[in-house]
Design a protein around this ligand. Structure first.
Ligand code: SF4
Length: 369
């Protein structure tokens, strides 16, 4: 089964750390953009693509009207074969969801919401350039629950400039009080071309050291585990049965179709990525970069992504069925090195990262690339 990703590149304002394809103050283009998304979905008509997950990401999909969201969803339903058991996620930001809107999301068929909480410390939210306060997040969460959402994910960010263990701990407690089904945790990295890069150069903010970064990550892993969440992926935690089905497709190397500016698709060994530009996409969604991965690249990608799944890891059987060679033969050196240093565990039918490797996962995984 395939996943469908829909990129909505509109936001109310640009956050200081953001290097995603998102445009503040261009919402007047949303109607034309949704028309383009519907046309792109139509281009898949007759291709018999069966999908069981749809994910509206961004950007801030929750700033679209229900008419705009409905138009895109209608076109997806008309042109793809959608499972009756589909997971349909919408990313939402606090401050963009009203009581009425939350109910409309439900009526449109969304059954999962990923809410960009990021922090429950107003000072940190302001440094990040978010449009909301912690209070807005809690109110938004309640609106979604009242509208009947039983599957809500909250984002929590660590290594925020100015954040310390005390404020991280306080954010984690407030988040856990809400008891979401799923939690995604991201360590902030200062990216090129963002306002944070300039603020760093001017000495207005500082970046966390590697040790502080690792300590914060360890704190989150332990705290969420103690609260009963399973760390099913390096950055993702869920109550039983609430793992993100859509994101799991990326980690397991399943196919996905990306609709919209900057969206990527994977169909077999083919990859397509649309230009990260709103106007170019609306003129011609065919204007894209495309390439085919070599067998070696696909094997590397399989290991790199599936080892991020802390429980299921890299399945020996799936790898061999897919590539006609065993993991041990394809990655003899990396497997020998990391099973002997205890960073990778041989679980019989699969390889998984040892918990101590979670903190240095990039170093371990890079040996498979
Ligand atoms: S809400 Fe998300 S996509 Fe929009 S500017 Fe902020 S970080 Fe970027």
């Amino acid at each position: 089964m395939t996943g469908i990703y829909v990129h909505i590149p509109f936001c109310l304002q640009k956050c200081n750390y953001c290097d995603f394809c998102s445009y503040p103050s261009m919402l007047s283009n949303a109607d034309s953009y949704c028309d383009a998304l519907a046309r792109e979905a139509e281009s898949y008509c007759g291709k018999n693509i069966f999908a069981d997950t749809i994910y509206f990401g961004g950007g801030t999909p929750s700033i679209l009207s229900s008419m705009q969201l409905g138009k895109v969803l209608d076109s997806i339903y008309k042109n793809f074969d959608i499972s009756s058991n589909v997971e349909i996620t919408i990313e939402a930001n606090p401050g963009t969801v009203t009581n009425e809107k939350a109910k409309e999301f439900k009526t449109l068929g969304f059954n999962r919401v990923s809410l960009g909480a990021q922090s429950f410390c107003d000072k940190e939210l302001s440094i990040l350039g978010r449009i909301h306060t912690a209070d807005d997040t809690e109110k938004c969460y309640d609106l979604l629950r009242d509208a009947g959402f039983e599957n809500i994910s909250l984002d929590l960010m660590y290594a925020i400039p100015g954040q310390n263990m005390q404020s991280l701990s306080s954010s984690a407690s407030q988040l856990l009080n809400l008891s979401p089904e799923h939690i995604s945790c991201y360590g902030l990295k200062i990216e090129e071309g963002t306002p944070f890069e300039k603020m760093l150069e001017r000495g207005e903010i500082t970046e966390k050291s590697d040790d502080e970064y690792a300590d914060m990550y360890a704190f989150i892993c332990n705290t969420l585990k103690e609260a009963g969440y399973s760390q099913y992926e390096l950055s993702n935690f869920a109550k039983k049965g609430f793992e993100s089905r859509h994101n799991t497709k990326y980690w397991l190397g399943d196919d996905y179709v990306g609709l919209g500016a900057a969206a990527s698709s994977k169909l077999g060994s083919n990859r397509f990525t649309h230009i990260a530009n709103l106007e170019s996409y609306m003129k011609s969604f065919e204007n894209e970069e495309s390439y085919e991965l070599s067998n070696e690249d696909e094997m590397s990608e399989f290991m790199f992504l599936s080892l991020r799944m802390t429980k299921s890891g890299a399945s020996k059987e799936i790898f061999e069925n897919r590539f006609g060679i065993s993991i041990e033969k394809a990655f003899q050196e990396a497997i020998r090195k990391h099973t002997s240093n205890g960073m990778i565990l041989d679980e019989g039918d699969r390889y998984i990262l040892a918990p101590k490797a979670y903190y240095i996962s990039n170093y371990v995984l890079s040996d498979f690339v």
